[in-house]
Ligand binder design. Structure first.
Ligand code: ZN
Length: 555
């Protein structure tokens, strides 16, 4: 059998020799191209002091990691209904290109390049990422969804627009919704069991409570209690697991994607950073917006946790690694409990070392490069997270009570991320002027922010963060707060940066308070683009990795 195959193969080669040579050259080009794409994420070992845990917590964390692994197949389906089949096909190809394609697919959690405006990198898949992901039928239009909503009872409408349901089509082509607990039962049931086993093991009561309630939520779609328990978590092992962010639903931003962060609390850093959150109400009271838009009493002081990452999965494990997050997203929990910020310190340090310092060498003048430092980088990400908690959330339009997310729809994520960035700079300046933060950080924080804009925009501007950063960058350039010298290197104009930051903070917070969808859209259309000057700088970053590809020892 083997001999016959070889004979046929030789015959084919001899018949198409010239063609074979040409295709070899093409093959090599394809391999080079794939290798370059894969190399954008540079592998880094991410570790945390597991040995400091009690024996029981060491056992519990293994169960939690096992549950976290089950978020991967769910997320894969949420990105696109064709993902599972496609990955299975790719896994059959053991050629060099085959392995590289599989690696690239895994880095992106699908066939679209998250670092290249979601363009397909494989043939025979939709050329652009499917905007509704696996949450809606692929052929469903927004008009169809909206007219279907009008015919639904109020509870069904809430469910259809809710975080925890997917929309399908029945045999008569009519739309209907299914809750996550049903849709992803095969993964959520075993994940719930593993979380309950971990809850049995740990001796920390707040972790025990969260794990048990989250296990229940996986089976009932009622996440409220467990979100509240997550807010109260105070344990050496800090776990975030479930459906959270809505970025993947580019149609409406309604549906939450599954992910997990298994981490260890960094107690010292958490305490240090809690100091800043004691200024939240004061910052809200001094936001550069009309008095009537300010929240007289923001929720009680929300906890901040600085953690070191042990394992991540689902949405937390795709494309660019998350450096910090603010959860939950449920406005009801935010209103009652506030939200919690989790900062992944070991991840941030790795990003700074491997990427940001390299970028600054290419895009900033030598003098400015020295001002790019880890401390202001870390502090600004902290402020970014804090700022998600202040500014307009629940708003009133005429007599109608609503919230910013519902009103800004598909524009919401980019606007909210940009708001958090720019208001973060505003707030740091405010605290510096008050003497809470050392004035020595003034230059370094703006210059570090400038360097980090290039890092963010490289991720592509179809993604909420990237688009929001491009908007800020262009706005600040138009204000003369960012300048470019004859060699094309960028720097901050220290005389202009403060008023420009204040102006943009005012504009974004005001359009949020007004729930002004059209204004948000116009803003992002005008500024949320890559202009030639930035494009040229981005072109010079070809050899700098885009981000890190974490390797976990407890995988
Ligand atoms: Zn954010």
């Amino acid at each position: 059998m083997a001999i016959r195959l070889i004979t046929i193969a030789l015959a084919l080669v001899s018949l198409s020799n010239g063609y074979a040579l040409k295709s070899d050259a093409e093959k090599n080009k394809e391999i080079r191209n794939l290798k370059a794409k894969v190399a954008r994420l540079t592998p880094v070992e991410i570790s945390a002091p597991i040995s400091s845990l009690s024996d029981k917590d060491k056992q519990a964390i293994k169960k939690i990691i096992a549950a976290a692994k089950l978020m991967n197949p769910i997320y894969s389906r949420q990105v696109w209904s064709g993902n599972e089949w496609l990955r299975a096909q790719l896994a059959k190809d053991s050629s060099e290109q085959g392995l590289l394609k599989l690696k690239l697919f895994d880095q992106n959690r699908g066939p679209w390049d998250r670092m290249e405006s979601n363009k397909a990198f494989l043939n025979d898949v939709p050329k652009e990422k499917v905007p509704g992901g696996g949450y809606y039928p692929e052929d469903m239009t927004k008009a169809e969804f909206e007219s279907w909503l009008k015919g639904l009872s109020e509870p069904d409408k809430v469910k259809a627009q809710g975080f925890f349901s997917v929309i399908h089509r029945d045999q008569e082509k009519k739309l209907y919704s299914v809750n996550y607990s049903q849709e992803y039962k095969e993964f959520l049931k075993p994940a719930a069991e593993l979380l309950k086993e971990a809850a049995e093991l740990t001796d920390n009561s707040s972790l025990k409570r969260f794990l048990n309630l989250r296990a229940e939520a996986f089976l009932t779609d009622n996440y409220y209690e467990s979100d509240v328990a997550w807010m109260d978590l105070d344990a050496p092992v800090e776990v975030t697991i479930g459906p959270y962010e809505t970025y993947e639903d580019e149609l409406y931003g309604y549906k939450a994607a599954f992910e997990a962060f298994v981490t260890l609390t960094n107690v010292q850093e958490s305490q240090k950073l809690n100091k800043f959150s004691s200024y939240l109400q004061e910052l809200e009271n001094n936001l550069p917006i009309e008095e009537k838009f300010r929240n007289k009493k923001i929720g009680s002081m929300a906890p901040i946790r600085v953690v070191d990452e042990v394992y991540t999965s689902g949405e937390a494990r795709r494309g660019v690694a998350t450096a910090a997050f603010n959860l939950p997203n449920d406005e009801k929990v935010i209103k009652e409990k506030g939200s919690k910020r989790v900062m992944l310190k070991n991840v941030q340090q790795a990003k700074f070392d491997k990427v940001l310092s390299e970028i600054s060498k290419k895009v900033l003048s030598p003098k400015d490069q020295k001002e790019v430092q880890f401390e202001p980088f870390f502090t600004h990400i902290l402020m970014h997270e804090l700022m998600h908690g202040i500014g307009p959330h629940n708003i009133k339009l005429g007599e109608r009570e609503t919230n910013v997310r519902m009103e800004l729809k598909d524009q919401y994520s980019s606007i909210e991320e940009a708001k958090a960035d720019i208001t973060g700079l505003f707030a740091l300046q405010y605290l510096m002027d008050k003497g809470v933060i050392d004035k020595s950080m003034q230059r370094t924080m703006y210059t570090t922010f400038l360097a980090s804009s290039f890092r963010s925009v490289r991720f592509g501007i179809t993604e909420a963060h990237g688009r929001g950063v491009a908007m800020q960058f262009n706005f600040l350039m138009d204000e003369g707060a960012i300048t470019q010298n004859g060699q094309g290197k960028f720097s901050v104009n220290m005389a202009r940066i403060q008023p420009a930051v204040k102006k943009l903070t005012h504009e974004l917070l005001t359009l949020q308070a007004e729930g002004a969808y059209e204004k948000a859209k116009a803003m992002l259309t005008k500024y949320g683009v890559v202009r030639p000057a930035m494009q040229e700088a981005l072109n010079s970053l070809k050899d700098v990795p885009v981000d890190i590809d974490p390797i976990f020892s407890l995988e």
